[in-house]
Design a protein around this ligand. Structure first.
Ligand code: MCA
Ligand code: AMP
Length: 505
């Protein structure tokens, strides 16, 4: 039996050949048969472009039905799907493309020239464009359709073969490509199906981007392997969510989605009456948000916990106690432990470092065996999150051992911004911190030390040029020196406390 994730998806598509599975709010849709046929046609385009099993296909495009077909086509030919946030700047894209060395890079027409300039550095790279039903990839798809070209075969893949690479930043500098296997994705889809009682009877309200684990592997994969319909919203927009809610049963989102929905006066029990389940993750859901949501809708958001490297590890139960402030017990097949600094498991109730083990844990970082080894203790993956394990087996994430900011569900590693700032003339040193933000959960503050008064707008402009917009600090402060402990380490906790009100009120 093939371990290619596409085989599992195809069986579900075959069970729903006439059913509208990808639904757009303008009334268009793709059935199971359409998805299977179109991915076979697009697979022929990828094969003609030289994509063979194991080759990377990097993709930086707006969300669209064709983006879904492209994802399926890459899986089908055994390629490695490498999605990239549309907010990444050209300099960020240069790093990803030269590191991953894709055979094909797909992007919007506006971004193509930059990547075409990298063909000298990446052997065999070709660049194709995709807009909303436009671009060279779309034209090639139409031409293949007219010519009757398709690749029906599903490339044979072992469970351990890489299906996808997702870049995730790190505390030590450059982003690392997490290699996620077909086995990892299948195991995640199976465990979530079981834990959340997901079936083809569910209709998913999909407002998340398709370039992160949450939107792609938690949301889309779960619906596809179950042959359930998906309302594919172009992005999160409360008005669009309100429109799709009455015809959906499950929604997934980051906490910002739920706080923004609560700001809609018409978001109430009647608007959510058709919904079976609201799921939150990627960042901590505040107890106040969870409680307000419950009061307004009569439904308790189900919070779960995961990472790019592991997919989902813990989830509050479908039936039973959905505990606000906790992420629930481990999912079926997942083992978790909370350890102290010596790596020994701590008694229940004590705060320590969270480690996870199971078939969902990734294969390692692309081209970085030493960094991979450093993140494991034997078979246990070290998440970098601080947690408490309760007597009744619930995990609560209580902090981060890693220096990480999560803003609107997007991860920002301060080191990346600090490295850039420290390179600028006049900057002696910098500390980038996350402080409470009413919309994004955390907002970014840059604290700088310079010999002379620093030109903050010039520094902000450099950040805008080099970094995706969500990584640009929104508050800038200059100090004489940074607070340090006796070991010389910057005390970010003191800075976070000093600037905690930067975005309130
Ligand atoms: C956009 N902006 C942001 C963010 N998003 N600033 C801080 N944090 C953000 N998350 C800025 C833009 O740079 C821009 O500012 C301005 O906001 C408007 O941009 P726009 O794109 O229109 O914003 P939006 O549509 O309001 O987007 C906010 C959002 C979006 C809806 C919260 O960021 C989102 O969909 N987030 C979900 C991310 C996600 O999928 N996370 C899962 C990761 P300017 O013009 O000044 O630049 S996977 C994961 O974490 C693990 C595996 C897990 O457990 O799921
Ligand atoms: P990423 O690197 O994008 O995969 O983000 C993974 C990180 O997001 C985790 O290591 C946690 O720090 C955080 N995270 C995800 N879900 C939750 C949650 N429900 N509560 C708290 N933190 C979360």
């Amino acid at each position: 039996m093939s371990n290619n994730l596409y085989s599992a998806i195809q069986s579900a598509l075959h069970k729903a050949p006439e059913r509208a599975l990808i639904r757009l709010l303008d009334g268009r849709s793709l059935t199971g048969a359409d998805l299977d046929r179109d991915s076979a046609i697009l697979a022929s385009v990828l094969v003609a472009a030289g994509v063979t099993p194991g080759d990377r296909v990097s993709v930086q495009v707006d969300k669209s039905w064709m983006n879904v077909v492209l994802y399926l086509a890459v899986l089908r030919v055994g390629g490695v799907y490498l999605p990239l946030n549309t907010a990444y700047t050209d300099s960020e894209i240069t790093y990803f493309v030269t590191d991953a060395e894709p055979k094909v890079h797909v992007c919007s027409a506006q971004r193509a020239a930059h990547v075409e300039g990298l063909t000298g550095e990446v052997a065999g790279l070709s660049v194709m464009t995709l807009g909303d039903e436009s671009g060279s990839l779309y034209d090639a798809f139409l031409a293949a359709q007219s010519a009757g070209s398709r690749v029906d075969a599903i490339a044979d893949r072992a469970a351990d073969d890489i299906a996808s690479i997702l870049y995730t930043s790190g505390t030590t500098g450059k982003p690392k490509g997490a290699m996620i296997t077909h086995g990892n994705l299948l195991s995640n889809a199976q465990m979530l199906t079981e834990a959340w009682g997901y079936s083809g009877e569910d209709t998913l309200l999909h407002a998340l981007p398709l370039f992160h684990v949450h939107g792609l592997f938690v949301a889309l994969n779960l619906a596809l392997v179950n042959g359930g319909p998906v309302w594919l919203l172009p992005k999160f927009d409360p008005a669009l969510v309100m429109e799709a809610l009455p015809q959906s049963t499950v929604m997934m989102g980051v906490p910002t989605y739920y706080t923004r929905m609560l700001a809609e006066p018409s978001f109430d029990q009647a608007a959510t009456a058709h919904m079976r389940l609201f799921i939150s993750g990627s960042a901590p859901l505040l107890v106040e948000t969870s409680d307000e949501f419950f009061e307004r809708t009569g439904q308790r958001i189900l919070e779960r916990y995961g990472m790019t490297e592991t997919g989902m590890s813990c989830s509050n139960p479908l039936h039973g106690d959905r505990r606000a402030g906790a992420v629930g017990p481990p999912l079926p097949g997942v083992e978790v432990r909370v350890v102290g600094e010596d790596g020994q498991e701590l008694p229940r109730g004590e705060i320590g470092s969270l480690e996870v083990k199971g078939a969902h844990v990734f294969k390692g970082y692309w081209k970085l065996p030493e960094k991979t080894a450093a993140e494991f203790r034997g078979e246990w993956f070290i998440t970098g999150d601080m947690a408490v394990h309760s007597e009744d087996h619930y995990i609560s994430i209580v902090g981060r051992g890693k220096d990480l900011i999560i803003s609107g569900g997007l991860n920002i590693y301060p080191k990346e911004i600090e490295d850039l700032l420290n390179d600028q003339p006049g900057v002696v040193e910098s500390a980038v911190i996350g402080v409470p933000h009413p919309d994004f959960g955390e907002g970014i503050v840059a604290v700088l030390v310079g010999g002379e008064p620093l030109d903050m707008s010039a520094l902000e402009a450099v950040c805008r040029e080099k970094l995706a917009g969500f990584k640009v600090p929104r508050r800038w402060v200059q100090l004489e020196s940074l607070p340090r402990n006796t070991m010389g380490k910057v005390q970010k906790n003191l800075l976070r406390d000093d600037y905690k009100d930067s975005f309130s009120g």
